[in-house]
Ligand binder design. Structure first.
Ligand code: PLP
Ligand code: COI
Length: 356
């Protein structure tokens, strides 16, 4: 298990913890926040004013650039409580690296190790009592950055705020998903920002997802912008398919978020000797595999989504029902293994955990 060194940060502790008022078992995703948050400001070319402070409102003027031109990025990661009552983060360095990739694409400053990693460690340590020990629960951590210049001209902001907030969370999806293969709207085009965890990617997904929900679906399977011919990802997770006993997932490229859960699942499945194919999956291949019964499983993988079964896939007015969830083997084994590693019941053979 890796250790991360800690640094000095200005600390302003909450006078009273809200923790006694919270029943983790009743908390739904993203609704309750821990006692503290971390923040740092980017001013005159460097990160300054690192602080831990009580979670609460932030003040800004209406001309805040982030609100007008969308320079806003975020990450999603989790801390877990192990069976030995230790607190661990799952692959936080991968989130740190991806955050800086998003920052570069959105013309924002990269964060330093001191700001992102040490801020994260200090915050999670401070609010460690907020990490549920219930099965399938964890602390969802949301680092984010936004432009803070007060200005209406279109240019990159000179100043930014980086913050981290935390929220105790159970499952994001509470049941298997019905998904629709999207053949009209587009999430991301070649040369665009699909690989960045930019707020804009989520804003644009809302209307198509709402329309799909009106048709009875939960989520969308995005397809390529050029011809809607190849499957890409969901609005909140990457997709995996089990076709003829092989684990198949679209390759990461500039239109897709390079999921950390996706990478973990691919690594685990390969270590079990499974045939893992990172390759283009065409819509017609998928439809054929559903018709012929070659599609044994489909599931979404992501930090919030963990491993979520797909029960139905809709395409051009037709809905295909996938094999019963109870008969599936791959997704449950992956979820169990990931959970066991995270809570210390299985060996962390790939060095994914960082102790806080
Ligand atoms: N794709 C999108 C659009 C997402 O929002 C997420 C969630 O973070 C993922 C994929 C999965 O990424 P990760 O496993 O790193 O959470
Ligand atoms: C995550 O899994 O961390 C996500 O960002 C998905 C969603 C909650 C936006």
């Amino acid at each position: 298990m890796a250790e991360v060194h800690q640094t000095n940060v200005r600390v302003n502790q909450a006078l009273r913890s809200r923790l006694p008022e919270v029943d983790f078992a009743k908390v739904s995703f993203g609704t309750v926040f821990t006692d503290h948050m971390f923040q740092a400001d980017f001013v005159r070319g460097s990160w300054t004013d690192l602080q831990l402070l009580p979670y609460g409102p932030v003040q800004f003027e209406p001309a805040l650039m982030a609100l007008h031109y969308g320079q806003a990025i975020f990450e999603g990661m989790k801390a877990f409580r192990t069976v030995d009552n230790e607190v661990v983060l799952f692959r936080p360095r991968a989130n740190f690296e991806r955050f800086n990739i998003s920052a570069e694409r959105m013309c924002m400053p990269v964060t330093t190790e001191e700001v992102f990693m040490d801020g994260l460690m200090r915050l999670v340590d401070m609010d460690r009592e907020w990490i549920p020990s219930l099965d399938n629960y964890s602390l969802y951590i949301r680092p984010f950055m936004y432009a803070t210049d007060q200005f209406l001209g279109v240019r990159p902001s000179d100043t930014y705020r980086f913050s981290i907030i935390c929220s105790p969370a159970g499952a994001y999806y509470s049941k298997p998903l019905r998904v629709k293969i999207e053949s009209h709207f587009t999430r991301s085009a070649r040369g665009g920002i699909g690989y960045a965890k930019a707020a804009a990617n989520y804003g644009l997904s809302l209307l198509p997802t709402k329309l799909a929900q009106k048709e009875g679906f939960d989520q969308i399977i995005w397809t390529d912008a050029a011809n809607h011919e190849f499957v890409e990802e969901a609005g909140t997770a990457n997709f995996m398919f089990v076709i003829n006993d092989a684990l198949v997932t679209p390759p990461v490229k500039d239109t897709i978020l390079k999921g950390i859960t996706r990478d973990s699942v691919v690594t685990l499945a390969r270590s079990w000797g499974m045939d893992v194919q990172e390759r283009e999956v065409s819509v017609s291949e998928l439809v054929e595999a559903m018709h012929s019964g070659r599609l044994q499983e489909a599931f979404a993988v992501g930090t919030a989504a963990t491993v979520t079964h797909i029960s139905e896939i809709g395409h051009e007015g037709k809905v295909y029902t996938l094999p019963a969830v109870e008969k599936r083997e791959v997704a449950p084994k992956l979820l169990k293994t990931l959970n066991n590693i995270r809570c210390g019941k299985a060996e962390d053979e790939f060095g994914w955990l960082v102790r806080v």
